[in-house]
Design a protein around this ligand. Structure first.
Ligand code: G6P
Ligand code: ZN
Length: 582
């Protein structure tokens, strides 16, 4: 057995190690500065309760992006230095974010104990590679992201750090499944490399009826396509869709995880998932073949999803509403009923209408998955989702890209139960249109202005807040642009009081609420790594069945114009068009 001794290494603080919405994300070049990663990791260990570190077991893995392998070796040695007893690592350092959450909650070691938390190495949907982003975040014992009380403490620690603890040990071969045991200061320390998919696959099989999904996929009329955008979802897609559910291998696109995501932007939306979008018959460069019935994509760490039908895009806001409306019938895990549903504030109100209809508890929370986690821990929420392509349930404490795909496949299987031999299958588009006909439609779009000058973005936001003090002035501007746009009846900055722990989150986005239920929301992104990203969310509710079939960009045109003028977008940012429209 190799042995080592704990070593103290002197260091000095780095500026700007404040975790954002989802951990610390910076360019690889920033992370690879000597001591940079180490400072953050030590600050995290120091922020955690001692018993969650000393003698405990932690998980370290991620989406496999560039610098992950080096980071994993550094963290393993620092874990040993900090008295951690055992580290679990997914094979090749790969674990999707939802799989990490599942591993923390479900996986039991040979000694009968579980993990107390995890370092997840990912910058989610941000590009990877030597000139791109790396990221790290810590998840707690419930499988969810560290709460603000911990991330604030981590940050405070990073500003004062003087030393970190490590042990000089040989690198562990993380490509090979198996346990390596070391002796550290007389005690044992082990690193257990395990199959990245098995815990997660087991959990999915306990939630969904794989038999009925398999039947759907085996119907010659049902065609399927899944794009992992070279993220870690690829490590699960083959196991679940091909091996378990019988999809053809050719249904998988970009399912080999790559350190640089093949040079792409691993974000599942209509702009970045180009290949899938073309295959599904959407966008300009459509392929000649008949598009598949169903398509989906994931982001780098596989917690996000995009759902597509043949030549049809499902907005994430509609997706969660439709899953909630059908969950009890279509998904065995929910057969006893939903405890409640929740969405983030900028997500459309489509879910609200379903909640009202089904008489479900409903919550509107700030952007960021951790807010859902609290509700779930308290047994208040079963299904939740965000406009930012995140959908999930209380089976774990992260959003879950593959879960969302399985949820949709379950709904399709359920709707086609008696119909697999029929003329035509009930399609994704049929399901969405039927939903609109029942509940009304929330036209929805999001404009992103990426990498805007941070000062200019702040000024724009401040000017929007200031404008809120006079609704008559606001309405004068609105009517001056489009007299037929409804009036603003309320305007505020969203503030949230957590019903479980009572904590208050302020400044969570600027809202302009219209008489007819339309909304304009302005928010600064919390996940960028450079400059500021302004997000503009535009929504309009239409109950009249004769008006629910319009093109969404056309239907929202007047409101978009109002939003751009109200915010003086071009004046402040110098941008005449958004970087991305979703
Ligand atoms: C991450 C979080 C999501 C959140 C999103 C917002 O993906 O996990 O819960 O919705 O960030 O990102 P933004 O860039 O809008 O702050
Ligand atoms: Zn992600």
């Amino acid at each position: 057995m190799q042995s080592g001794q704990v070593k103290r290494v002197e260091t000095t603080p780095f500026e700007g190690q404040k975790p954002g919405t989802s951990g610390l994300r910076k360019k690889v070049k920033v992370f690879t500065q000597p001591h940079y990663l180490q400072n953050f990791v030590q600050s995290t260990f120091n922020a955690l309760p001692a018993d969650k570190v000393k003698g405990a077991r932690i998980v370290v893995s991620g989406d496999g992006r560039y610098y992950s392998k080096e980071a994993i070796q550094i963290i393993i040695k620092m874990a040993a230095g900090n008295g951690v007893r055992s580290v679990w690592v997914g094979q090749n350092g790969l674990l999707s974010t939802p799989a990490v959450s599942a591993v923390i909650r479900e996986r039991v070691g040979a000694d009968g104990s579980k993990a107390s938390g995890a370092f997840i190495l990912t910058a989610s949907h941000n590009p990877g590679g030597p000139n791109e982003d790396f990221g790290i975040k810590y998840n707690m014992e419930n499988g969810g992201p560290a709460p603000e009380s911990i991330t604030d403490k981590i940050y405070e620690n990073t500003t004062k750090i003087k030393e970190y603890l490590t042990v000089e040990l040989p690198d562990v071969d993380i490509a090979k499944v198996g346990v390596t045991t070391f002796s550290v200061d007389g005690g044992t320390f082990d690193v257990d490399v395990f199959d990245s998919a098995s815990d997660y696959v087991k959990l999915m099989k306990s939630i969904f009826d794989f038999g009925s999904i398999r039947k759907l996929l085996s119907s010659p009329k049902f065609t399927f396509c899944y794009d992992a955008l070279h993220g870690v979802a690829g490590a699960y897609a083959k196991r679940i869709f091909v091996e378990e559910l019988g999809a053809k291998e050719s249904s998988l696109l970009n399912c080999v995880p790559k350190e640089d995501f093949g040079g792409g932007h691993p974000d599942p939306n209509l702009t970045y998932a180009k290949e899938l979008v073309a295959r599904m018959g959407l966008g300009k460069s459509t392929t000649q073949d008949e598009p598949p019935e169903f398509g989906a994509a994931a982001d780098g760490d596989a917690d996000r999803n995009m759902i597509l039908g043949k030549r049809f895009f499902v907005t994430p806001s509609d997706s969660v509403a439709i899953i909630a409306a059908n969950a009890v019938e279509a998904i065995p895990y929910f057969s006893a009923g939903l405890k409640g549903v929740a969405r983030s504030m900028p997500t459309s109100a489509a879910l609200d209408v379903v909640a009202k209809h089904l008489n479900l508890k409903f919550f509107e929370v700030p952007t960021g998955w951790k807010f859902f986690g609290n509700l779930m821990d308290a047994g208040l929420c079963s299904v939740c989702g965000e406009e930012s392509f995140g959908t999930g349930s209380d089976h774990i404490r992260e959003k879950d890209g593959i879960w969302a795909v399985l949820a949709w496949l379950s709904i399709l299987a359920y709707k086609n139960k008696e119909n697999l031999g029929g003329e035509k299958l009930v399609s994704v588009e049929d399901i969405v249109r039927q939903h609109w006909a029942t509940f009304g439609r929330h036209y929805y779009t999001r404009y992103d202005y990426e990498n805007v000058d941070a000062g200019a973005a702040k000024e724009l936001m401040a000017s929007l807040v200031k404008l809120q003090s006079s609704l008559s002035e606001v309405n004068q501007i609105v009517k001056g642009i489009h007299s037929d746009v409804s009036s603003v009846v309320n305007a505020d900055e969203f503030e949230y009081k957590d019903p479980v722990d009572g904590s208050i989150s302020k400044h969570q986005g600027i809202r302009y609420l219209f008489e007819d239920g339309s909304r304009l929301v302005f928010r600064l992104s919390g996940t960028g790594s450079e400059g500021a990203t302004i997000r503009l969310y535009i929504e309009q509710y239409e109950k009249d069945p004769s008006k629910i079939g319009r093109e969404s960009q056309e239907a929202l045109g007047p409101l978009v114009e109002v939003a751009l003028k109200l915010s003086k977008m071009q004046e402040f940012t110098g941008r005449s068009a958004p970087t991305v429209i979703t």
